[in-house]
Write a protein that binds this ligand. Structure first.
Ligand SMILES: O=C(CO)COP(=O)(O)O
Length: 249
């Protein structure tokens, strides 16, 4: 069975003083029943990795090249060297703010997987696309282009994050989440075969909070969550992780 995964994305939030939240989380989940991944900003990767205990640390982006003249960018080997073992790629905020195409996301994912990082590749439709009944077309296109051929159950995690649900308090209904997750699972099985298809974890992201987490974790093919705002505080994130642990019982 797939091990469930609770992932937190701090986005552009967090100073060294905020590592106290991570330390509290590590103390709370000394022997977690699910995998826990926290993705702080790049400046905190090394200090986070030094105090995260059983919690894995990930970055929020990487460059497609390993090194070179790319001012301000961070490469996958650098992320690995800082003590992290995962990276979020293709988040809608990067697709929007930095014009990242699915081709660019795939190039980054190739570099990240070659460096030994698990890639958490994000997919999601806009509200307009959902209203026009284009959700599955959009997700299918992003999925086939963003995910590299070398992906496995260990180095690939997919996060379905409807753009309109991120930071808004809006969440698709459970049937809508299930429809997209089932669709992603089928597509991955078709492309990579049943073994890999069964082992890739599919996360839901977008306004996951302590009060809606248990319902979302009950949906078929939801193997965990990618949590933004509610991952910043140990008190909130712990409740979501508890709900995920309970969903495994
Ligand atoms: O974008 C997200 C995680 O990557 C979701 O953010 P929120 O949980 O703040 O809606």
């Amino acid at each position: 069975m797939r091990r469930k995964l609770a992932a937190g994305n701090w986005k552009m939030n967090g100073l060294r003083t905020d590592l106290a939240e991570l330390e509290a989380l590590a103390a709370t989940f000394a022997a977690p029943k699910v995998d826990i991944l926290l993705c702080p900003p790049a400046t905190l990767l090394a200090p986070a990795a030094a105090c995260s205990g059983p919690i894995a640390i990930g970055a929020q982006d990487c460059h497609a090249q390993d090194s070179g003249a790319h001012t301000g960018d961070v490469s996958a080997p650098m992320i690995k060297d800082a003590g992290a073992n995962a990276v979020i790629l293709g988040h809608s905020e990067r697709r929007t703010d930095h014009g990242e195409s699915s081709d660019a996301v795939r190039a980054k994912a190739v570099a990240a997987q070659a460096a030994g990082l698990t890639t958490v590749i994000c997919l999601g439709e806009s509200f307009k696309q959902r209203e026009a009944a284009n959700t599955l077309d959009i997700i299918g296109g992003q999925l086939s282009t963003s995910v590299p051929d070398g992906s496995t159950g260990e180095n690939l995690v997919i996060a379905y994050e409807p753009i309109w649900a991120i930071g808004t308090g809006l969440v698709p209904n459970l049937d809508q989440i299930g429809e997209v997750h089932d669709f992603i699972r089928t597509r991955i099985e078709r492309r990579f075969g049943a073994g890999v298809g069964r082992s890739v974890r599919l996360l839901y992201g977008g306004s996951v909070k302590p009060d809606n987490a248990a319902d979302i974790f009950g949906v078929s093919n939801v193997d965990g969550a990618l949590v933004g705002g509610a991952s910043l505080k140990c008190a909130d994130f712990s409740q979501i992780i508890n709900a995920l642990e309970q969903s495994t019982e």
